[in-house]
Design a protein around this ligand. Sequence first.
Ligand code: UDP
Length: 316
Amino acid sequence: MTNKTILISGCCGFIGSHLCDHYLKKKFNVIGIDNLLTGSLSNISHLEGNKNFRFFELDVCHKIKIDSKIDYILHFASTASPIDYLKFPIKTLQIGSVGTENILKLAIKNDASVLLASTSEVYGDPLQHPQKESYFGNVNPIGPRGVYDEAKRYLEAMTMAYHNKRKLNTKIVRIFNTYGPRMRIDDGRAIPTFINQALNNKDLTVFGNGNQTRSFCYIDDTVEGISKLLDCKYNYPVNIGNPVEFTILELTEKIKKLTDSESKIIYKKLPENDPKVRRPNIELAKNILKWEPKVKLNDGLLKTINHYQNLYKFNK
Ligand code: UDP
């Protein structure tokens, strides 16, 4: 039994809402905040009436006023999918900069430990493969993805400055592609898009030749990694992701098979600066957190497909 209070920003988003569930199960008092820009109240509707959960509609870009004493903060508020940050480029930069500093100030005020969500995008279109935490990355600051990549790089720099100068207990997680129930079906990312297309027997839209790679981590594994990182004493960035790498074409084949779909593949223009490869080196997480992902892509995809089938009516 714990009486500890944890504040989770971005609680109505995909990862944020799963973190709320995780910490409520661990008997924490959870305060969720979200401005509902890209998150949805439906992701936390099952928590209505839970006396250990409180929700506030707040924007981290404005001063955050919370009356209770906070012991831990998880900062997950951000646009996260390429179509979202292309739609809200200035806001994305503000969330990473102003929003991050507001969260760090809240942590100072409460003497709270704080874990901030960074991303594999800090490595950009990487020239090192797989990507280790020591790699500085290859990011085009003025390319279309720059607004997100640089926002998160700034988040890391600001976090380390508060750690070094103000002695704040900070953690940074670099999250690689994560998937699972509660991703918005229209958020433009590969897995929800292909599942939606496959279940409607529509063409699967592969960008470029489909030989670009990604490594997909199921949400339960990601949450477990984040939770262990919050508990450990390490203050530098840690990769959390699944090191099993697939091409996007391989991913479409799997989804077609699992949904028993007749969809065809069509090829569309590759977005500018789309990383050609991505795979985490997770040796650090294995060593210091004793963590590694357990869920295989097929199993995670099946759970995700089931989730969407329960939510929506598809054509097949
Ligand atoms: N992708 C694709 N078709 C889609 C959506 C995505 O081929 O309809 C590709 C995209 O170009 C990228 C990969 O799938 O190479 C993963 O894209 P996603 O948006 O899921 O995440 P990213 O890793 O690029 O942030």
